[in-house]
Design a protein around this ligand. Sequence first.
Ligand code: UDP
Length: 500
Amino acid sequence: HTHQLPPHVLLIPFPAQGHTIPLLNLAKLLASKGMAVTYVCVQHRISRLQRDHAAASLDPLIRLVGLPERVPVGELGIDEGAGITPWFMEVAAYMEDDFVQLVHKLRAVAAGEESLGAPIFIVSDTFLWWMHDVAVSLKIDYCLFFTSPASLLSVMLHLPVLISQGYVPLRLSAEPRLITLPGLAPAWDMELLYVIRDSLPKATLQRLTDAAYKLSETAPTILINTCYELEANTIDVLQKYESINQTKINVQALGPVLPLQLLHDNYVDLYQPDNRKEEEKECLRWLNSRSPASVLYVSFGSVFIPSLENITELALGLEASSHAFLWVLRPPPGVASGDQSLSLSVLLPEGFESRTKDRGFVMSPWAPQLSILSHPSTGGFLTHCGWNSTIESIFMGVPLIAYPQFAEQKTNCRMIVEQWKAGIQLQNDENKKLRKEEIEKIVKILMEGEEGKQMKKNVRQLRDVIRSSWKKGGSSYTNLQAFVQKLFKIFAGSTHEADI
Ligand code: UDP
């Protein structure tokens, strides 16, 4: 009986879009290799995935399970000042008990006839800092999945050293200092360490520090949603990294984890309007009507929302650029609510919609981003430099306008602009405000200038490199094969025990 069952793996992302989406793609990858996957997250996120990511098309080997929502995870537009870090820590803390109970339940059910079998392995989001202790007490193997770049992982693993050298927590009032971490270009402490600054609540700081030590001490296997060739220097350094107690860490680049069809070179299906929700159909049909590489896609991910003032400048800048644009616009919290279409007009400058109606498409609150990026009409992406947005754009060969906000977005921006030369940065003025003249200038550079052409060339080269990492023998392909083999080995061991 046990031999008929597929190996059963538990996947648990942190409940934010930038985490749930790549882990769902990983679930699909594992299912395609014959694994049964229970994908666990706060119920609200599960419902979002079912709505936005056609859970209907899920492999029957994947099961989605919701945990209770103890802290609201649905609200958008938490700004960095108001404390995204304390929120992250609180949400993660609440998931621990619910997860443990779920594993007990799955094991109890597995004793029954028709079940999937007990889970043999956990793939956990790195931000669930409690996972190591939980896995030890449940006597189950685990590894971590890191949804940000290797550069941020390097910062996290070096935190104990940075703490001992007095760099962490970052003192906001101190003079800026340059930090050189092995495998990374020198960067300002403000950029690199802002997530762990002295203005955070004491309890949050303590938790972050504990988590950093734990990660270093336990030196787990960490799969990173990046591609070796994108961050080779950093990954080489991480593979030599030794923890506080001299344990080697096992770090593998296993990304970008995108929908299977993309990894199999099928891009066209993604932007066919058939079988789509009405508003997506409309957006894809609009893209179909535009000429190749002529549209600038404008979106800032699932968390950051520009202020009303900056939304106005953005609108006027886009208008002045004379280029076509597809803009995903969400109202800043408390500004406008109720009827969606009404509230969008309230956000935009007077007459903007009618003046730009022959070349602008504004949608809210959510867009089919991968479909848009893969569409031949899309020629540029104005982004907040979230890691998923960054790698999705590069995978599709779309050059970027980088407008980073918080978390590791500033270091992502450096990679985009300085290392890969795949985009150009949009800066605020000295009062930290966007200016329409600057937007107009930057959009024109990207969409029509010589510099823009060069960036497009560079991003396409990078695209080819990333795509080939998923071909047979490529880096991510090989790392995935090795990981899958390891899971089958663990499974063989566990069924052998069960037979005895
Ligand atoms: N996304 C989307 N539609 C939207 C906004 C975002 O599909 O309207 C997806 C996007 O493709 C990416 C994720 O949500 O996979 C956002 O992750 P990212 O790391 O870029 O930014 P975050 O939301 O974490 O700031």
